[in-house]
Design a protein around this ligand. Structure first.
Ligand code: IPE
Ligand code: IPE
Ligand code: MG
Length: 239
């Protein structure tokens, strides 16, 4: 079983969606919607850390989000930098371990340095594993893993028949972490948008009808309670 005794998910993944609509509802610039979204993120990370969740994966910027306007991408990049600079001390003090999921090479230099620094500084922490997906796309991740294994085969280091789930998973950004148990997407959109396609194979999905800036700790607690009542069968039969 992937649930611990308390019926808590080990790995929660969140698609933090709805910042743009929130800004529109409040007649604000989209950047202010994202800024409000960071406040929600801060609260949820604190809660998850205190609640003893093992892994929290947050979708912050997808490989497709570069399609947005230059000012919006710039605003998101600025917020990412601000977040890492302002939160790292508290996260580190709370023993949070940060890992970035995604291709950080394509990020601007300041962001690249800030995220690499956060990863390095928190690497030995033993609290919440916080994954922040930045320039992340699940198809890219899977192709990267395939390429790495193909490389090992072509170098004569690996026999194709030895490629199994364990070897494949070791090449993913989430190497060493449990599969997603609970996937939450806010804002009433019902899709994965290229998030953790492999890791979500047996996740429970929840779609709270609330925009991310309006998502509260109470909504999160509700999702965790609902998760505890789900009957996870993994293809088997429990009744
Ligand atoms: C999610 O909010 C945050 C990011 C994609 C970075 P959106 O900006 O997608 O909000 P909506 O979907 O336009 O409301
Ligand atoms: C997914 O949301 C990406 C993040 C939340 C970072 P999007 O708003 O980009 O997804 P689509 O375009 O609605 O599928
Ligand atoms: Mg969206």
């Amino acid at each position: 079983m992937r649930q611990n005794e308390a019926g808590m998910p080990r790995h929660v993944a969140i698609i933090m969606d709805g910042n743009g609509r929130w800004a529109k509802q409040h007649s604000l610039a989209v950047a202010l919607g994202h800024r409000k979204g960071v406040e929600t993120l801060r609260e949820i990370v604190r809660y998850a850390s205190d609640a003893g969740i093992e892994v929290l994966s947050l979708y912050a910027f997808s490989t497709e989000n570069w399609k947005r306007s230059k000012p919006e991408v710039a605003a998101l990049m600025k917020l990412i930098l601000e977040f890492f600079r302002s939160e790292i001390d508290e996260l580190h003090a709370n023993r949070v371990r940060i890992r970035i999921l995604g291709d950080t090479q394509a990020l601007p230099e300041a962001q690249r340095k800030a995220v690499a620094g956060a990863d390095l500084r928190t690497a030995d922490n033993d609290g919440l594993q916080l994954n922040i997906a930045l320039n992340y796309g699940a198809r890219d991740e899977i192709l990267m893993a395939v390429r790495a294994l193909a490389e090992q085969v072509s170098q004569g280091q690996l026999q194709p028949e030895l490629i199994d789930a364990q070897r494949f998973e070791a090449q993913l950004y989430t190497a060493g972490q449990p599969d997603v148990d609970l996937l939450i997407r806010t804002s009433g959109e019902y899709r994965l948008s290229n998030f953790l396609l492999y890791q979500n194979a047996y996740a429970e999905f929840m779609f709270p009808e609330v925009l991310w800036p309006d998502f509260t700790v109470q909504h999160f607690e509700q999702a965790l309670a609902d998760f505890g009542r789900r009957d996870r069968r993994y293809g088997g039969r429990t009744t």
